[in-house]
Design a binder for this molecule. Structure first.
Ligand code: ADP
Ligand code: MG
Length: 259
C-alpha cells in the first residue's frame, strides 16, 4: 500500500516521544504512526464508493423496524449484512407488494458494501434499460456492459413495476448473463412473483425463464408477505386496509435454488 507521508511526518515527534516513554516495539511504533493515514485513505475509498453508488437515499438496517414486518427472517438479513454473499457471488431477490421494505433492505445491504470499500451500483430496472438503450444507440454497449459487470454488487430496483419493451428486456437479460458468468452478486427487488416474470421480460417467457435460471442458481429469495410501511400511519387511523402478499413461486420451480 502506498502511504502519503505527510500525516505520518506531522505526527512523528509526538508519537516518537510516546514510543520512547512507553518502550514500544518498532512494529507497534510503526503501526501507530501510520494508523491515521491508513484510516484517512480508507475513508477516501469509502467516499468514492458512495459517490458512484447511485444510492437514492441512505437507509440502514438499524433504521428497519423488524417488529413491523415479522415475516422477515431477521437472522437471515443480518447474515447477509456480513457481506459474505458478495464474495460467494450470491444473488438476493426481494419480492413483495409496494411499501414492505424491499428497497430499504437492498439499500442497507448496498451501503454496507460501499462502507467496506467495495464498489456497488444501484439502478432501477427502467433506468438501467434506458441507459443501456442509449449506450447501444451510441455504439458503447461493451463499455457500458463492463460498467455494470465490474461493481462487486449491482442492485436493480423495481423489476416489474413498469413494462420493458423487448429490446430493453433483452438488454437487462444481457446484464444478468454477464454478472452470472462473472459470479458477481446482484440484488433484485420486484413486486412480481416469478410466475409473472414473462410479463417483466416483454412477454418473452423463454428469456424470462433463462434470466431466472441464472439469477436463482446461487440466490437467496426473500418474499416479504406483510403490510406496507407507507400505509402504517394511515392504517393506524383506519383509512387503509393491509396490503396483499405475493403468491409463492410455482412448486418445483425456481424458488430458493442453491448451488
Ligand atoms: P418497497 O421498496 O417494498 O416498495 P420501501 O423500502 O421503499 O418499500 O419502503 C417505503 C418506505 O417505508 C421507505 O421510506 C422505507 O424506509 C420505509 N420502511 C419500509 N419498511 C420499513 C420498516 N419495516 N421499518 C422502517 N422503515 C420501513
Ligand atoms: Mg421499492
Amino acid at each position: 500500500m502506498q502511504i502519503d507521508a505527510a500525516t505520518a511526518h506531522a505526527q512523528l515527534d509526538s508519537i516518537a516521544q510516546q514510543a520512547a516513554a512507553a518502550h514500544w516495539s518498532y512494529s507497534h511504533f510503526l503501526g501507530r504512526l501510520l494508523e491515521p493515514e491508513i484510516a484517512a485513505r480508507r475513508q477516501r475509498v469509502i467516499n468514492t464508493c458512495l459517490h458512484f453508488s447511485g444510492l437514492p437515499w441512505l437507509k440502514r438496517l438499524s433504521d428497519f423496524d423488524f417488529a413491523f414486518q415479522p415475516a422477515i427472517d431477521r437472522t437471515l438479513i443480518e447474515e447477509l449484512a456480513t457481506g459474505r454473499f458478495l464474495d460467494e457471488g450470491r444473488n438476493i431477490i426481494f419480492q413483495g407488494s409496494p411499501g414492505v421494505g424491499k428497497t430499504h433492505l437492498a439499500i442497507a445491504l448496498g451501503l454496507g458494501c460501499a462502507e467496506r470499500g467495495q464498489r456497488m451500483l444501484f439502478l432501477t430496472a427502467l433506468d438501467l434499460a434506458r441507459r443501456m438503450k442509449t449506450a447501444f444507440a451510441q455504439n458503447r454497449m461493451p463499455h457500458y456492459l463492463k460498467m455494470l459487470t465490474t461493481p462487486k454488487l449491482l442492485i436493480v430496483d423495481e423489476v416489474g413495476y413498469l413494462g420493458l419493451d423487448h429490446e430493453q428486456a433483452s438488454l437487462l437479460f444481457q446484464v444478468i448473463c454477464s454478472r452470472y458468468e462473472k459470479q458477481s452478486a446482484t440484488i433484485i427487488t420486484s413486486n412480481k412473483a416469478f410466475s409473472e416474470w414473462g410479463h417483466v421480460f416483454a412477454g418473452d417467457a423463454v428469456m424470462a425463464s433463462a434470466a431466472l435460471d441464472r439469477l436463482l442458481h446461487r440466490a437467496t429469495v426473500i418474499n416479504i408477505k406483510g403490510d406496507s410501511y407507507r400505509m402504517k400511519a394511515k392504517r393506524l387511523t383506519g383509512l387503509f386496509p393491509g396490503s396483499v402478499a405475493l403468491p409463492d413461486a410455482p412448486k418445483g420451480g425456481l424458488r430458493n435454488k442453491s448451488k
